[in-house]
Design a binder for this molecule. Sequence first.
Ligand code: FES
Length: 69
Amino acid sequence: MATEEEILARMKPGCLCTGIKLHRIIKAIEDGATTFEQIARITGIGTGSCSGKRCRQKVAAILQEKGLA
Ligand code: FES
């Protein structure tokens, strides 16, 4: 059964421009991605109209929270 945090991550946006959800970013990190570029390649984030200006900051915060940045 999914935790409340996992359920919320499935609903929350990770990249507003592309509509890619937060849980895809978290899964990419759990699978070994440690940079925005790696996560972007795996998930497709950063390809929207802002060119990653917004989602790059979100990814940086997640990586820092996990001790990867
Ligand atoms: S929020 Fe990700 S490309 Fe704009």
